[in-house]
Design a binder for this molecule. Structure first.
Ligand code: S3P
Length: 436
């Protein structure tokens, strides 16, 4: 892979109106559920990033006819719950944890065997969290020694429903089990320790699949069918988050982010920033295809350090890299606890962010389950994103408040979730250059 680095000159402000690319979580699910549905699913706003394209390629490799993507439009010719075909070779899922964990569940119920592989980051991430409960349902899945990819998912296993209380608050685990549950005898129920994103449940319901939700528990019965629908995917709040923070920390900023997905299981970043004193107004609230959507206006505001409420952690789980940058620009101390999951994301986001912040002169101390950050000046410097898209984009925003240029290394994976980031950010006012 070409080494891509960003150089971001200090200062500037963010302004204008922009729409960030489509939601990654919903994009994955549109391909998966569209493939399993009866009929033609028309998707708009699809994220043309490497992660969701990996899912798209995998379903094509299993015989699903998929047209596009063409400017976010994708047409999926559903094959029904039992219409997938054995792939001719292993399915390579790149950097994408969502693809691997959700597909592990979905493939557990197929008549054929499939092998899932990924890049070095994905190959180091924990898969036992899905493999163990899937095995309890009757799946036969082989992993590498440490319970990691490659996963060989043996076909032809009869699955039985499970009543599973998840030890970690994970939408990927929940979704994986629900997808296996489509193929299981009896009911599959998942209880979550804290609310996690519910896009799978919303899309299943939208496609007519009966689902029972009560509090933190969701159940479905195997053996029903899915009906194709049109899916209009909103802009990804996790991508909007970089701009919410950037415009908050850079003086004289005034930015509108259009058509942002506002699913309440995803809006923790707004709640946290508002607790820190951010000026974010939500306008034009509407519902699009079963998902709430709004335009967000963000203006610069002095931020203050806070103790991040633990209940908001799963609702902002992907936004902590950039929230740490907000904390570095805030007055006083910010403390995050209860976020040990950050250590097993695309990188160890606690350590990698702490190292980068310290390299930029910020007082940041990693803890086992979070970070303590004292706001203060950000110096010029050089940081390593460790191939983690969200770390690269978070440090790019830090330059808005830095005393000199920030160089960010290993940024190619920004394309997994945010193709066009450099151009869009530059257009909004960030002094960023990429060597791509
Ligand atoms: C995702 C769930 C989250 C999130 C990931 C996408 C999903 O992971 O971090 O980026 O689409 O279901 P966990 O469920 O492991 O927390």
């Amino acid at each position: 892979m070409t080494d891509i680095n960003f150089t971001v000159n200090p200062g500037g402000h963010l302004s204008g109106e922009l729409r960030v690319p489509g939601d990654k979580s919903i994009s994955h699910r549109s391909i998966m559920l569209g493939s399993l549905a009866e009929g033609v699913t028309r998707v708009s706003g699809f994220l043309e990033g490497e992660d969701s394209l990996a899912t798209l390629a995998a379903f094509r490799a299993m015989g699903v006819q998929i047209e596009g993507p063409d400017q976010g439009n994708v047409t999926v010719h559903g094959v029904g719950l039992h219409g997938l075909q054995a792939p001719r070779k292993e399915l390579y899922l790149g950097n994408s944890g969502t693809s691997m964990r959700l597909m592990a569940g979905l493939l557990a119920g197929q008549a054929f065997t499939a092998t899932l592989t990924g890049d070095p980051s994905l190959s180091g991430r924990p898969m036992k969290r899905v493999v163990d409960p899937l095995t309890a349902m009757g799946a036969r899945i082989a992993t590498a020694d440490k319970g990691t990819a490659p996963l060989v998912i043996n076909g032809g296993s009869a699955l039985t429903g499970i009543d599973y209380a998840m030890p970690v608050a994970s939408a990927q685990v929940k979704s994986s089990l629900l997808l296996a549950g489509l193929y299981a005898n009896g009911a599959t129920c998942v209880t979550e320790p804290a609310p996690t994103r519910d896009h799978t449940e919303r899309m299943l319901s939208g496609m007519g699949y009966p689902l029972q939700r009560e509090g933190n528990r969701v159940c479905l019965q195997g053996g029903q069918g899915l009906q194709a629908i049109d899916i209009d995917i909103p802009a990804d709040i996790s991508s909007a988050a970089f701009f919410l923070v950037g415009a908050s920390i850079a003086e004289h900023s005034d930015l509108i982010l259009e058509h942002v997905g506002m699913n309440p299981t995803r809006t923790g970043v707004i709640d946290i920033l508002k607790l820190m004193g951010a000026s974010i107004t939500v306008t034009n609230e509407r519902e699009v295809g079963g998902e709430p959507v709004a335009d967000l206006r963000v203006r610069s505001a002095p931020l203050r350090g806070i103790d991040i409420p633990p209940g908001l952690v799963p609702l902002a789980i992907d936004e902590f890299p950039v929230l740490f940058v907000a904390a570095a620009c805030a007055e006083g101390r910010t403390v995050l606890t209860g976020a040990e999951e950050l250590r097993v994301k695309e990188s160890d986001r606690i350590q990698v962010m702490a190292d980068g912040l310290v390299a930029l002169g910020v007082q940041a101390q990693a803890t086992p389950d979070g970070m303590i950050i004292d706001g203060g000046p950000i110096t010029a410097g050089s940081v390593d994103s460790h191939g983690d898209h969200r770390i690269a984009m978070a440090f790019a925003m830090a330059a808005l408040r830095a005393q000199g240029a920030i160089e960010i290394h290993d940024c190619a994976n920004v394309n997994t979730s945010f193709p066009g980031f450099v151009a869009l950010a530059a257009n909004a006012g960030l002094a960023i250059e990429g060597n791509a």
